[in-house]
Design a protein around this ligand. Sequence first.
Ligand code: PMP
Length: 284
Amino acid sequence: RIVYLNGEYLPEEEAQVSIFDRGFVMGDAVYEVTSVLGGKLLEFEGHMTRLERSLRELEMVCEISREEWLAIHRELLKRNELVDGGIYLQVTRGNAGDRDFHYPPAGTPPTVVLYTQSKPGLANDPKAEKGIRVISVPDLRWHRRDIKTVQLLYASMAKMAAEKAGKEDAWFVEDGFVTEGSSNNCYIVKDGKIITRQLSNDILHGITRASVLKMAAEAQMEVVERPFTIAEAQAADEAFYTSASAFVMPIVEVDGVELGTGKPGPVSKRLREIYLEESAKTAI
Ligand code: PMP
């Protein structure tokens, strides 16, 4: 695989980062994942807008323009002949010279890494046909979940807990309400209404979430933005999650309780179809 590191395209074995890099020592880094279908980037503008916001919120300086980001993404697609999969992008605060809690001096260059991940047949994931099962875990993450940092240890722990329980994913619960999934935004459907938590610093502002809610409204589906509980989810007709890499994923079980018929519901299936169709139209 050919990867991008600080202005260079290199074989992955040759791409090396300092042991003093703040991303490595402090988890001082932000990231984005842009999906690729049929060789085209999905929701590119949305991901770059969120990247710029994450950088701004952390006072991290990275002087790469939108046009340059696009050129790097395109070059990686080409060099790796990527058809279906994604491009991972990470910006760290760079090499601090030594371990120090304080940010390095202004002008310290950030570390910029991008690489492709191939997932042939990404849009035809058999899991979407069957639906997935989730467990709930307490949300023990920090309170700036709106910033897309690489501090994903608790999300990893939640996914491992789900795996140990024989399920596919975990939902985070805080003060009795679901915040989001371990790496996705979540939704329930009750009496035709789509219910999902409103945006705040408690959740990541999903790029897929924004598009799916817009498409749902355009398709005359009713959307209510408010928190919901696990009990409410268990009594719902259906549930699903959204993320850049899984699009719209039906959920058929929450903490051991089967939802509705135990199969992906009509709203989830319809939204998945609409999303795949519509996002392909704006892919670049
Ligand atoms: N919440 C969390 C915690 C996530 O990690 C992700 C995926 N990056 C999402 C939500 C979904 O965001 P997006 O639709 O932009 O992938």
